[in-house]
Design a protein around this ligand. Sequence first.
Ligand code: NBG
Length: 828
Amino acid sequence: MDPQRFNQVNERDVTLGVDAASIREDFLRKLFFQLAKFPGVATRNDQYLALSYLVRDRLLLRWVHSARTFLELQSRTVIYLSAEFLPGPQLDHNVLNLGLTTAVREAMTSLGIDYDTLVEHEEEPGLGNGGLGRLAACFMDSLATVEVPAIGHGIRYEFGIFDQQIRDGEQVESTDKWLRLGNPWEVLRHDVEHAIGFGGHTEHGVDSLGHYRVKWHPERVVTGIPYDTAVVGNGTTNTNFLRLWSARATEEFDLKAFNEGEYWKAVDEKVRSENISKVLYPADHSLAGKTLRLEQQYFFVSCALQDCIRLLLQKTTIDKFAEKYAIQLNDTHPALAVAELMRLFVDVHGLSWDRAWAMTVAACGYTNHTLLPEALETWPLPLLQRLLPRHVELIFEINRRFLDEVRAKFPGDEDRVRRMSLIDENGERSVRMAHLATVGSHSINGVAALHSRLLIETVLKDFAELYPERFTNVTNGVTPRRFLAQSNPRLSSLITQAIGPGWVNDLDRLLGLEPFAEQGDFRRQWREVKSANKRDFARWVSRVHGVEVDPQSLFDVQIKRIHEYKRQQMAGLYIVWLYLRIRAGDTRGLVPRTFIFSGKAAPGYRMAKLIIRFLNALSTTLAKDPRARDWLHVAFVPDFNVKNASHLYPAADVSEQISTAGKEASGTGNMKMAMNGALTVGTLDGANVEIRERVGDENFFLFGLTSDQVDDEKRAGYRPQERIEHDRRLRSILDAIADDTFSPGQHGLFSPLVHSLAEVDPFLVMADLAAYIECQDRVAALWKQPEAWTKASVFNTARVGFFSSDRAIREYADRIWDVKPVKLSPMK
Ligand code: NBG
């Protein structure tokens, strides 16, 4: 035995070929030795797995190298806590980031395998609902690419976001069995597990040294085990990882119960424990007031933080925690981290309260992702008390000290104290998670300039007055690797032809495209790329979903979660307006258009589901009417997810970003589409504001009320009826819907929609619709001038470099995390 000798060996002693011949040979090795198959019986899934495993080897080599280096250097590490991650399919993305695209294609071709078929075969991990989870995935990609050491922590939901089918125009949900055929990317760490307590009671006392100590005796303990997925940077060696926690029963069976013959009772506890990581809550922007959801949040936060401490203590002591880690709370879902850190520091590791609190605040940062009241989490105190009794005590103590600070700064202002308290005393007492996250963080940011301004003017106003230095903005970004290089190879090669390589990791270089916008020949090529992408999309959507679209028409695209504030219904009303005109023979100024919608509705959100029903009804009605054939089509593409979206972004001509101003925190689909050369029709909301500033107002179709005007309208007692009375277009649109034009044989199907719009209109659709119609006229007018349109399209791509998530991550790294990149040398 010579451990010294073993320790001197390292990953550099292994080489993995990156040429087509090596990849071909490794493919066969994986097929034979890992899957125990020969070509004659290997299924497509076997081929996919064999290829994925050999690609994973190349990731793991870099990962091991990164991990060893980071450990030696004790590099400061970002811990990104997020209840949701939507990474999308891994195979092609990893192949691209490793620079293996050509070699892999060649190797597959030499074996008679179509690489694209394998890529299309992959199921994605749908471990998120929408933009928030996808942002987390873009950030993981950028952290590795800009060489910042990071670990993402989340939950390995056995069932992710539901699959959506459209049956008879309605959304039908089915379980997402993403793990069914195996997940080749994850690595289970058998040697790591953490115990997560729930319930029970606390015991207060004095230890042998005379220190006041609290001990929590949980009633129930669940085990968390980690599944790791490597995340490699593009063109870097740096490889970070995503650590997703899965819940296991601590004892497989309750032996006593089992011995007494109560088999069911014995397995009951197992089922209860493992339910924690069973399924993702499929609602975005609404509080699911569920015990299980709270259990999920605490479960992954505690696993993550215990794991951080475990790693820290391998090399140093607990008081170095805040030097070693920058903890980012992705919305309030992980806000319990603030209380859990205090528990770990004070109760478990014996630090003083003040030391523990200073480290907690120094380590934590909080990103707010929404101002919508229904999405601001609060947990009923009795529930918290029952599940996490020690954390309630800690939250009370944090609150007591915090409110003393508020009183000292604003003497006599008890109203303010009530507003700022971590505990909401109105009605049933509850804990305000956004307040907990804010008080426990040294930095609080919104996700676009407007959103961050509104955050400090409204939801967190009192906090911004107390701690102005803590508030900042980091506008979101998206990864150009996945959303341009990988999903739009045609446009990518045209860009590279024009400005050379290197832009994908330095997206501001796209500015170099500007002069090309003036060249007719380049514009022609640009149009050809878009047309080819649209034809591809038309073929794909027909083959996979049986939806027919005409690639010659203008593709007007709105793809995102279905929500009243996002106003898919407003686009629907505009389509009705166009249809009424066409039926009346008035096609002046129109251009042939295909409206493409895609998005899921929360299963319990009735109005959102009715909007899906409505859009599908428009689609069928128009398809049946020969008068509409040349002008107007509507396609609803089922099951919006990262994979399907990647077919859509490259094909979009118009990007619909039409939320009520002040409601969409940022949006990221807006960035993805502009990057692919779509022109935005948008309100001054979220990141639209900054997109417009950058691409130029002449290359952006703006309409609608500003967020201040929306507030004014509401304050003045907004009445949609007045708008309807004054505008015969609005009347005729609503009348047509109410008359069952789109619901033949189903009288009154859409009356809840009409009623909501005409009587309440919480998102001011009626106030903005006229402006929207006029804005769409401008769209049609520009579409009729292909040269001018193309120029605007080129300018959109050229000027959106700012919206790379690399830029966003660099801002977080400099202004919030204080982390420096760690450069690693290239590896074979
Ligand atoms: C969403 C916002 C989007 C934003 C993403 C990412 C939540 C709670 N918020 O506008 O609605 O782009 O977060 O920041 O899902």
